[in-house]
Ligand binder design. Sequence first.
Ligand code: ZN
Length: 195
Amino acid sequence: MFIEPRKYNIHTGWIEVICGSMFSGKTEELLRRLKRAKFAHQRVEIFKPQIDTRYHQTLIVSHDDNQIQSNPVGVAENILLYSNEVDVIGIDEAQFFDNQLPEVCNILASKGIRVIVAGLDMDFQGQPFGPMPALMANAEFITKVHAICVCCGNPAGYSYRLADSDKTILLGEKQEYEPRCRTCFNQGMALKKNI
Ligand code: ZN
């Protein structure tokens, strides 16, 4: 369980990254941290990329229907426009943002803001996803959460795509992806190659 560091200096900000595969509980962990900050009367703003409208335009909704109000933004730079008078910033589905996001998070953290970023670390081919590698390099704290492999029950770090498409961004739900461990992911990818 992630425990927040003590704020020895009130001007100190930092970046936290929550990463993992689909169905690993990333958004739930983001919401847990944000709700606790809100309860402590900290000023919280939440952002998500405009592209992610699976469930609702302005609510961040996790798979278990936990939800919180968010601001959809088109490009990462716009987050800076809405970040005055804020103590904590949450960013969900970070993998879909442009490559300016790491620099935007650096600027915010250097201003003294606690920045919490959640996103998929790998795409459906097992490759690092969008701005996530740079965010993880810049972050003070990284939490990698795991799903459970639907094939064998081991911890799962990969999002295996069931649908037959090679677009990197395919927003999906249970019918299109399943979490798999390394072995079962590799077996699935090998089978697809042979078809
Ligand atoms: Zn497995």
